[in-house]
Design a protein around this ligand. Sequence first.
Ligand code: ADP
Length: 179
Amino acid sequence: MVRVGDSTMETWRGDITTLEVDAIVNAANSSLLGGGGVDGAIHAAAGPELLEECRALGGCPTGEARITAGYQLPAAHVIHTVGPIYPRLSPERAAELLASCYTNSLDLAAEQGLASVAFSAISTGVYGYPLGEATAIAVATTRAWLEAHPEQRMRVVFCCFDARTLAAYEAELAHAAIN
Ligand code: ADP
């Protein structure tokens, strides 16, 4: 675990749909109507009311975020953010958009008065973002946000579904802790 003022960043390995936090962050697609990977798992666990609320939102552009209730999930809310599809963009533009996903998700969490947020590894699955680069952006952007919002006491969990993702996040947090 890494402390940033009164806030913390930590890793956790497992299925994000089991986490009892104020919000889990879904790697959604721009329709917000569900998909495969973590998005499918979240919709399956939350139940059909989540899809109803998402339908009313009318989609979400890449890099932005929207919040809904968590319905049948142990998490109170779901923050849906749309990561960049890596092979369709320049690496620079993809990096900007991925950073925006983290910043906009944390802004939404703070606006709603939430104190614990668990992120999935946005864009690193079907969307093809190289894991090491995506992890560096996730940790650096989150850290910068926490440093810029010292009044927000936030617990940030990086949810890692597999061993490779966990190893990448642990290396990045170790780096963040000593720098
Ligand atoms: P994207 O389309 O943004 O790439 P994916 O859902 O394909 O999103 O993958 C993002 C990450 O979510 C990957 O690391 C994948 O292994 C992980 N993932 C898949 N299912 C779950 C789950 N139930 N809980 C947490 N993470 C998951």
